[in-house]
Design a protein around this ligand. Structure first.
Ligand code: ADP
Ligand code: MG
Length: 610
């Protein structure tokens, strides 16, 4: 068995041990080397385009001074028109460069998102059942979306900050210094207090982003459970309960979003006030120089223009840390998935199964899903080739677990399971599973047509093969009666099909796989006698000449079995053929009586049936 990783499950289903707050530089470094570096050529183009944007912004501020002087000092209209033409050209260049860098960044970003989504999905496919058992599927959805996007978002944020905003500020500061060095110094004295305040806000942002994610995952969890279990929700009138659960998660996210907005924007009033002070100081000093000192107004105007243009990018740079730390939560979720060691690698490099007869043997197999809670206790039995072995017994006895172990969904803690004398724990899982056709108790149909769902058993199967197995599984008639026949779509859970119809499709799928070993977990769902007969005939077809282990609920199946094993508390309590066991009058006989009662649909007194 593969023990659940990531520490003990805490029940919320959305646990993530993310307490390492100081990892931000390490995360960024890794993000840049793993995701940005491979695309450095594209990023170089992006930064060049951003430099064009920054340069034309700075140049237009610079030229504004000349325009003012041409107009107010030299009074040359031709000069003004010429400069206006240059400014139009500058803005056009800026627009084109801006477009280019935005499109390019989006393209790189989309590629990073796609790469991460693939990597995360691959990781999931390499995990064993234990991994999934301890997590809610909604958590995967939340991680996949938050994780994949955050990486490209963070890199874009960094590149935009380093490229466009930083270069713009540098260019504009150069213009300011060129135009008036003293004035530049005066307006820069507001910088230090701004930096100090911003640094304080960053830590709080991180905590808020994390609880926002957790709340978001819970919203998805409740939504998914309600949608999937809508019949139960309605039949048991659980609407209020589900609403309360949903409300609670929505509340968290709502509260945290407001908190996030408040903290994130707390910098804003301060920055605006500081900006206002800087402008006021510049105006007073500059105005004094022009009015009293008799200087030309051009330099002063160019300075003010540069200052105002630098204000927005400078503000974004100041906030960079805040925005980064909100996004790094997602990046950490991404790395957590990508870094986890696969519990069940698809390519495990083990020896493939060499099948001869398909004889399955359990020898003293003990197994527990959780330590201290044994499910199978030194179980031994043999499923002979070309025979049907039926497992019967009370629910919870360990019957489905037997099938789980044969499929190597879990590995036993003691004892051996052998197929044709080979211990399966040393065999490649995929080679093993290729020789087994498994029909589970809950039949999961995938989104697509009925044909697709049957052909899952053997990809590339021809139309004739699909129809042949559907006929053998007694499914052809009802499939043909649908207006779209084999093209009929089945929904998320094949809602429009009855239980018996779904089972027959699953049997057709198992038939087309044509595997020498059949594992069948019979559904307990009461089928009407007509569909029971069809399902029974389909099962008989499926088991012909194959080693079959069936968890049998229906008497018709049990009575036809070559050997019946009564499973009780993880052990084989009795075994034999139907008549033999009945004559013995032991566990099976009383179990059989219960089955009769069940099939009759009302309790039959033990004396009456016995
Ligand atoms: P049966 O099929 O005979 O009804 P199972 O093999 O499904 O019984 O279950 C045997 C026991 O193992 C039950 O007590 C059940 O609660 C437990 N069990 C089954 N699956 C799991 C699992 N994935 N994790 C933990 N316990 C499990
Ligand atoms: Mg079961």
């Amino acid at each position: 068995m593969s023990p659940p990783r990531g520490g003990p499950a805490t029940g919320s289903g959305t646990t993530s041990p993310m307490t390492d707050r100081d990892g931000a530089p390490a995360l960024l470094r890794r993000l840049l080397t793993e995701h940005a570096l491979p695309q450095w050529r594209r990023y170089a183009v992006v930064v060049t385009l951003m430099a064009v944007v920054a340069g034309s912004t700075a140049a237009s501020a610079y030229l504004l001074g000349n325009v003012i002087n041409e107009a107010y000092v030299d009074r040359s209209f031709a000069g003004v028109v010429a400069l206006a033409g240059v400014i139009v050209a500058l803005f056009a260049a800026k627009g084109a460069a801006n477009y280019g860098q935005a499109v390019m960044l989006a393209r790189i970003g989309a590629r990073i998102v796609a790469r991460n989504q693939r990597a995360m999905f691959d990781q999931l496919l390499n995990e064993g059942l234990g991994f999934f058992a301890t997590r809610h599927s909604a958590e995967f959805l939340a991680r996949l979306s938050a994780g994949a996007n955050s990486a490209s978002f963070t890199i874009n944020l960094l590149i935009t900050a380093a490229g466009r905003d930083f270069l713009s500020v540098v260019g504009l500061v150069i213009v300011m210094v060129l135009k008036d060095p003293v004035l530049s110094l005066v307006s820069l004295i507001v910088m230090p207090p701004a930096v100090l305040v911003l640094r304080k806000l960053v830590r709080r942002m991180h905590a808020i982003a994390l609880s926002q994610f957790t709340g978001g995952a819970q919203i998805m969890e409740t939504l998914q459970e309600t949608v999937q279990g809508i019949r139960i929700v309605k039949a048991f009138t659980l609407e209020e309960r589900m609403r309360a659960k949903f409300d609670a998660s929505v509340d968290i996210v709502e509260r945290e979003s407001v908190k996030m907005a408040r903290v994130a924007n707390r910098a804003s009033p301060l920055m605006e006030t500081l900006g206002g002070i800087a402008i006021a100081l510049a105006l007073i000093y500059g105005g004094y120089r022009v009015i009293i000192g008799g200087e030309t107004p051009g330099a002063f105007f160019a300075f003010i223009a540069a200052f105002l243009l630098a204000y927005e990018p400078a503000k974004r740079l100041a906030r960079l840390n805040i925005d980064l730390s909100a996004n790094l939560v997602g990046v950490r979720l991404l790395f957590e998935i990508i870094d986890s060691v696969p519990s069940e690698p698809i390519e495990d490099g083990l020896t493939p199964l060499a099948l001869t007869q398909a004889r399955v043997e359990f020898s003293n197999v003990s197994f527990a899903y959780r330590p201290g809670e044994p499910v199978l206790k030194a179980m031994s039995f043999v499923a002979e080739p070309s025979r049907m072995t039926a497992l019967v017994g009370q629910s919870g006895g360990g019957k489905s677990t037997v099938l789980n172990l044969i499929l190597r969904f879990y590995d036993p803690q003691a004892g051996r399971i052998m197929i044709d004398g080979q211990d399966i724990s040393a065999l490649s899982r995929r080679s093993l599973r290729r020789q087994i056709a498994y029909v589970g108790q809950d039949i999961q149909l995938f989104a697509g047509s009925i044909r697709d769902n049957i052909a899952f058993g053997r990809p590339g199967a021809s139309e004739a093969e699909v129809i042949a197995v559907a006929r053998a599984a007694h499914a052809h008639d009802f499939i043909s009666s649908f207006p779209k026949g084999y093209d009929s779509p089945v929904g998320e859970h094949g809602v429009q099909l009855s239980g018996g119809q779904r089972q027959r499709i699953a049997i057709a799928c198992a038939l087309i796989k044509n595997a020498p070993i059949i594992l069948l977990d019979e559904a307990t769902a009461a089928l009407d006698s007509e569909s029971e007969r069809h399902v029974q005939e389909a099962i008989a077809e499926l088991c012909k000449g194959r080693t079959t282990i069936v968890i049998a609920h229906r008497l018709s199946t049990i009575m036809h079995a070559d050997r019946i094993l009564v499973v009780e508390a993880g052990q084989i309590a009795e075994s034999g053929r139907h008549e033999e066991l009945l004559r013995r009058g032991g566990r099976y006989a009383s179990f059989y009586r219960l089955q009769l009662q069940h099939d009759a649909g009302y309790p039959v007194p033990a004396t009456a049936a016995g």
